[in-house]
Write a protein that binds this ligand. Structure first.
Ligand SMILES: C[C@@](CO)(OP(=O)(O)O)[C@H](O)COP(=O)(O)OP(=O)(O)OC[C@H]1O[C@@H](n2ccc(N)nc2=O)[C@H](O)[C@@H]1O
Ligand SMILES: Nc1ncnc2c1ncn2[C@@H]1O[C@H](COP(=O)(O)OP(=O)(O)O)[C@@H](O)[C@H]1O
Length: 299
């Protein structure tokens, strides 16, 4: 049995700069990944199976498992393997779901990316990074960045990736008001799609300078998402009230992050938020600098 982490994706900044003729939006986004994430495990089996567990499995358990991004990733990789003459025998897969669903932190995309690399190892089928990214992109615009799993600037519709190297980690608190927000609905509600591009990232070696730079950029999806789900505004205020140096929405929402001075400040803010908002998802975590590719042998 192999297990792989599927870290949450945080859009520290997201500028919408245009729209393609097929309706997909052009983005420029600074993305990081966190210690917090889902976990995907898989092993050889007589027949294919898919099981869900974990604190956030509920919503997905009610959906058709054939539509789950883990199953779709398995099927897409198997098709590619078989096309090039590789065997892709049956697998038993378990998804340990810890990230809230449809919440702007890319849980489904992270699960798909983890499944692709995990099964690639299990089957001994190793397409090039470019081929794997193409399979990923066919599953969702965020999957290639989740395959990279390292801090980066994403452009295009999210598939053109430029790694960036941080000299420090960011301690943060993630909150979600438990309102699922539909990504296409948020994109549709944008007032304008020709916003200024993301300026070059500054302060990658100096946290205070970086936070100064981060103040100057935005998430263009925040305003339309707040119109659809006003509780996002409550999350942002609550994060600021509990001492976040900067609070912003991730992706198309409704999850928001607050950046804190250190891990103790983040843990204390999370404790206060859990107490004040027992219905919310609240988690203290920190960014990772290396890809979420750790493979563990599970018993
Ligand atoms: C907004 C972002 C920012 O990272 O994150 P999330 O809120 O999903 O976490 C992503 O662009 C979401 O990527 P992902 O969730 O993989 O999107 P997809 O499944 O490919 O697309 C869902 C829908 O979102 C819209 N979409 C997505 C990406 C993009 N660049 N332009 C779009 O307009 C389209 O309406 C598309 O039909
Ligand atoms: N493994 C999965 N985890 C989360 N959502 C999934 C998964 N598989 C399919 N989905 C579907 O994808 C949609 C978007 O989910 P998710 O990736 O969590 O959104 P976001 O990228 O906004 O955080 C959900 O509404 C859900 O129906």
């Amino acid at each position: 049995m192999l297990t792989r982490d599927a870290p949450a994706k945080i859009n520290l900044a997201l500028h919408v700069t245009g729209r393609r003729p097929d309706g997909y939006h052009l983005l420029e986004s600074l993305v990081v990944f966190t210690e917090l994430g889902d976990r995907v495990s898989a092993g050889a089996a007589e027949d294919d199976s898919f099981a869900l567990e974990g604190p956030e499995a509920g919503t997905l358990a009610a959906e058709d498992s054939q539509g789950n991004l883990v199953v779709r990733a398995r099927d897409a990789l198997r098709k590619a393997a078989q096309r090039s003459g590789h065997a892709a025998p049956p697998v038993a897969i378990t998804l340990d779901k810890r990230l809230p669903v449809a919440s702007g932190i890319g849980g489904g995309s992270a699960d798909a990316a983890a499944t692709l690399t995990l099964l690639s190892d299990l089957w001994g089928y190793h397409p090039s990074a470019q081929e794997l990214a193409e399979i990923g992109l066919s599953l969702g615009a965020d999957v290639p960045m989740c395959l990279a799993g390292t801090p980066l600037v994403a452009r295009g519709i999210g598939e053109a990736l430029e790694p960036v190297e941080f000299g420090f980690a960011l301690d943060m608190v993630l909150v979600n008001p438990r309102i699922g927000v539909s990504t296409p609905t948020v994109f549709k509600a944008l007032a304008r799609r020709d916003n200024a591009p993301l300026p070059p990232v500054e302060g990658l070696e100096d946290r205070a300078r970086f936070l100064g730079w981060l103040e100057t950029v935005r998430n263009d999806l925040e305003a339309p998402a707040r119109q659809i789900a006003p509780a996002i505004g409550d999350c942002l205020s609550a994060l600021s009230d509990t001492g976040a140096l900067l609070a912003r929405m991730s992706g198309s929402g409704a999850s928001c992050f607050g950046i804190h001075a250190d891990a103790d400040a983040a843990a204390e803010a999370a404790r206060r938020l859990r107490q004040a908002y027992p219905g919310w998802f609240v988690a203290a975590t920190r960014t990772r600098s290396a890809p979420g590719r750790q493979v563990r042998q599970a018993s």
